[in-house]
Design a protein around this ligand. Sequence first.
Ligand code: SF4
Length: 247
Amino acid sequence: MNRQEKQVLTDRKFEIENLSDLNHQFEYQSPDDLLLWGAEHFGNTIVLGTGFGPSGVVLIHKITKLQLPIKIFCLDTNLLFKETYSLWDKIEDRFDIRIESVSPILTLEGQAKRHKEELWKTDPDKCCYLRKVLPLQKYLSNKKAWITGLRRSQSEMRKDVGKIEWDPGNKVYKLNPLATWTQEEVWEYIEKNDLPYNPLHDEGYPSIGCIPCTEPSTDQSERSGRWKNLEKTECGIHLPSLKNKLK
Ligand code: SF4
């Protein structure tokens, strides 16, 4: 990183001086208030990232309803379920929007050749890094903020997520408008607004990611079924900011 790039980064990090005041302010405000503030503050440099989970669907609905000029993207690992791709199409049609696909540099064949066949079996962290973390870093490198569907009730790891955070991994701000929502509130909203959702949820999948690392689960936890039998609970795109919270 050259000196000019370092300065841009420093300016960006301290663009919001009163992060903790803002968090107090937004703690009891609605997700709509935070989305409106984000769009006003960051203009066309804020984006929404979604994997089409229930929280993402809620946020897409809110953004389109409020007519905010926030672009939406999905990290497409090329390993998503056909049900996820068809939900993607359905959402684009229903809201008359286009959701950008952010892809890894390596195709699956390229990854197998350069690293290992079915890398997710032997080194899932590296696989997530190549197919999710790196593409996201690249995509966000010319943005100032991104919006996520992270919620505190999703897992122990996520229990402290703030409404607005500095994301040290991607060097942008991160807005979590649904941080205080429960799973019940999300599903109530989906039902009330008759929103589409991934049908795999009705087949026992609490959380849905890539095919090789997602299984049905009877566990009550919202993230169960991902990387079953491994200690891993996060793909890595949120880890730097989550770990930052633990400090
Ligand atoms: S979730 Fe699994 S398949 Fe998807 S990128 Fe991570 S390790 Fe690879």
